[in-house]
Write a protein that binds this ligand. Structure first.
Ligand code: OAD
Length: 249
């Protein structure tokens, strides 16, 4: 099928659907200027994310890990949602049951106005006390102190994100699997689909009969299992789908 036929097939799917779930990864924010994890511009100094986003890296050198997060926060702070984010925010208003599950920690879906968001991997603008577990929002960029300390007990604060080797919140994960298994249409956008358990969510959607649409620059391990694969930039493809969507209401 040609790309145009695929776009109108997706437009038709959405014309009928009530329960729509979206799973996003770093690719959706790439056109806003945020480097993806596995892209070539994802490196900081000589480190890969897998070396710094770990409990042991933080234990060994909290200052280094916070410097990396401060750098990432500095990149994200001035960034605006792109047309892809904006289409998804609009869809939240249109579909009777709409949910967005994201692996991103950048907060750009919130910035685009979307409300119903399940953040699988946390949020870079939140910090958690390593002693008390209290979660607070902190929008400072650059940070006023590195590493930041808890204002009430002076213990180290850590980014409120999920690191390699850590478990995701079971409440959030259960909800994500439930939504995926109950939706009619699922979009998988801008994720390399190699990090579990997020990469299994679309499979639970296909198993229960949902149509799965993937939008990515490149094929992923998920591509053979999806119903429609659209290769290209999500910031261009999502507005095209939106334009071709045939909804009665
Ligand atoms: P990756 O960096 O692994 O993958 C980004 C994906 O987006 C790739 O498949 C690209 O081809 C695609 N892509 C890039 N630009 C795009 C664009 N403009 N439009 C559409 N697709 C585009 O990022 P994730 O899959 O999100 O986890 O990574 C998953 C998790 O791995 C992250 O949440 C993070 C990381 O380790 C944790 O930190 C726990």
């Amino acid at each position: 099928m040609s790309e145009n036929a695929d776009i109108s097939a997706v437009g038709e799917l959405l014309g009928e659907a009530n329960r729509v779930v979206i799973l996003t990864g770093a690719g959706i924010s790439a056109e806003s200027g945020i480097p993806t994890f596995r892209g070539e511009d994802g490196l900081w100094r000589k480190y890969r994310a897998e070396e710094l986003a770990t409990p042991s890296a933080f234990h060994q050198d909290p200052k280094l890990v916070w410097e990396w997060y401060d750098w990432r926060r500095g990149i994200i702070a001035p960034v605006e949602p792109n047309p892809g984010h904006k289409v998804l925010a609009r869809w939240e208003e249109i579909f009777p049951e709409f949910a967005l599950i994201t692996q991103n920690i950048d907060g750009l879906h919130q910035k685009s106005g979307l409300k119903n968001i399940l953040e699988l991997h946390g949020n870079i603008w939140k910090m958690r006390c390593t002693e008390e577990g209290t979660v607070t929002e902190n929008l400072d960029s650059p940070l006023k102190e590195i590493p930041p300390l808890c204002p009430s007990c002076k213990a180290l604060l850590r980014p409120h994100v999920v690191w390699y080797g850590e478990s995701l919140s079971s409440t959030i994960l259960q909800r994500a699997f439930l939504l995926s298994s109950q939706c009619e249409v699922m979009f998988v956008i801008g994720t390399s689909a190699v990090v579990q358990p997020a990469a299994s969510l679309p499979l639970s959607a296909t198993e229960t009969g949902a149509k799965v649409v993937e939008i990515n620059l490149n094929p992923t391990p998920l591509t053979p299992y999806v119903d429609i694969s659209l290769m290209g930039k999500s910031g261009e493809i999502l507005p095209l789908i939106d334009k071709n969507m045939k909804r009665k209401s």
